[in-house]
Ligand binder design. Structure first.
Ligand code: FAD
Length: 440
């Protein structure tokens, strides 16, 4: 049997590695149009900021490694340009030679990921304007900075990548402004928490330009729709991404309501023997069961592994997600899991919310405040979503809340959780206990 995979970053390589573990005799081929494979895109902002100089640690594997370790043939600079599902054939273009050839498959995995959304802004193709999506983008931004020593940078977009870039460019000594069309930062935070984050970062002297629509980028300026101008000799676009679905669509593979590829819990598309995984697919919410587009490394690895398992006869299946995510901006950690208040209300839940502040450990041993916003369903007493802004301990807590939501534990049960306590780590009554006690 022959398995062909399209795309070799997180999802495609996870699918291949798992398929190899499941079946030693399978022929596995991966086509990747780029030159870099299996890289940690998540580390790119920190590479640009000089937190790590080791690009090889972010791109640790080569096609040779895949051959040696997994007996998988990875063909880089090979773009799959067409899928013919009737004859189970692919048209592949060798980007080095421009030659086209055909290949066939018994099972096909589409792991084509996502691409950076390119807004309709004049000047977005100027040499000092960058998206940050691929390893090449990260390397190019770093090379630009090393060569040109920009002094004033603008980051457009206040999602987690925008904030990571903001911090890393400031770390390099640049005067950075972060810009958003909206008056609220970070799309997945509810207003109250977004306002709190804004307040905290504003107090640190971060330059914000909220409600500012960029009309044009020139060689040294950003021009906004209202005519205002901002000096910038480096511009980072961190505006969002879109699932890469062209190939799939042309082959008759169904897309879901989020416009990403529709798969079932086994990563099967509507066409037999064609699977999809990673940032190109639509998943679903544990809470509502409704479609979700979750372009994160966590999901790409998981869904890739499920595809590889199912193809080789395993019985893994996808269990849904909470869109759990976390990012660091200076000494703050911002994390969220589950539905926002807005999402809960539009899904028709009768909600109760609580906003409280708790320390991660006692103040006398350096405990710091965590601001917690939790949303619960009045009818089922289940937690629907949590957002936390704080410092140390936010990571542990968001994961705890995620477990409680995954298993639908009622808020009145939180108090009974037997959690570890000693002053260097935690409080005798944990933030999670308080959330439950306040909500019940
Ligand atoms: P991709 O990484 O998009 O890879 C798809 C590959 O398919 C690409 O290399 C593409 O060239 C190839 N391809 C597409 N079409 C074809 C074709 N026709 N033929 C051949 N090859 C093709 N996630 C987290 O969970 N936590 C984080 O902290 C985090 N930080 C991030 C920071 C940054 C700056 C970025 C960019 C992403 C971050 N992510 C994070 C997201 C995470 O990196 C992605 O979710 C993950 O890389 C998705 O993997 P993928 O394999 O599905 O898709």
């Amino acid at each position: 049997m022959k398995l062909v995979i399209i795309g070799a970053v997180a999802a495609g390589t996870s699918a291949g590695a798992k398929a190899r573990r499941g079946d030693a005799s399978l022929d596995i081929i991966i086509y990747e149009k780029d030159t870099d494979i299996s890289y940690a895109a998540c580390g790119l902002p920190f590479y640009i900021g000089g937190i790590t100089d080791d690009i090889e640690a972010l791109i640790p594997r080569t096609p040779k490694d895949f051959k040696t370790k997994y007996n998988i043939d990875v063909h880089i600079e090979h773009e799959v340009v067409k899928i013919d599902p009737v004859n189970k054939k692919l048209t592949v273009k060798n980007l080095k030679t421009n030659e086209q050839f055909y290949d066939d498959y018994d099972k096909l995995v589409i792991a084509t990921g996502a691409y950076a959304f390119s807004p309709d802004i004049m000047g977005k193709d100027l040499p000092h304007v960058y998206n940050i999506r691929t390893a090449k983008d990260g390397i190019a931004i770093k090379a630009f900075i090393d060569l040109n020593h920009p002094k004033k940078a603008a980051v457009i977009g206040t999602g987690f990548i925008g904030f990571e870039m903001l911090e890393n460019l400031i770390h390099l000594g640049m005067d950075v402004t972060i810009i958003d069309n909206d008056d609220k930062l970070t799309p997945h935070l509810d207003q109250e928490m977004a306002d709190l984050l804004y307040e905290k970062l504003n107090a640190k002297g971060i330059n914000f330009r909220m409600s500012s629509v960029t009309k044009e980028i020139t060689e040294d300026e950003i021009i906004f729709e209202n005519g205002d101008k901002l000096k910038a000799d480096l511009v980072i676009l961190a505006i969002g991404i879109r699932p890469e679905t062209r190939l799939a669509k042309e082959a008759g593979i169904a897309l879901g309501e989020t416009k990403a590829i529709k798969v079932n819990s086994k990563m099967q598309t509507n066409i037999e023997d064609i699977y999809a995984c990673g940032d190109c697919i639509e998943t679903y919410s544990v809470i509502t069961g409704k479609p979700v587009y979750l372009p994160l490394g966590t999901s790409a690895n998981k869904t890739g592994r499920i595809a590889g398992d199912v193809i080789t006869g395993g019985n893994l299946s996808y269990q849904g997600n909470l869109k759990t995510s976390i990012f660091k901006v200076f000494d703050y950690t911002v994390a969220m899991s589950g539905l926002s208040l807005k999402e809960s209300q539009s899904a028709g839940y009768d909600v109760v919310t609580v906003k409280h502040t708790a320390r991660n450990k006692p103040a006398y041993i350096g405990g710091e405040e965590m601001h917690i916003f939790a949303i619960a369903d009045k009818n089922t007493h289940r937690l629907l979503g949590v957002q936390i802004i704080g410092h140390e301990g936010v990571d542990k807590h968001i994961d705890l809340y995620a477990v409680l939501m995954t298993y639908g534990i009622k808020v009145e049960e939180f108090f009974h959780l037997d959690l570890a306590y000693a002053p260097p780590f935690s409080n005798v009554k944990d933030a999670v206990h308080y959330t439950g006690m306040i909500l019940e």
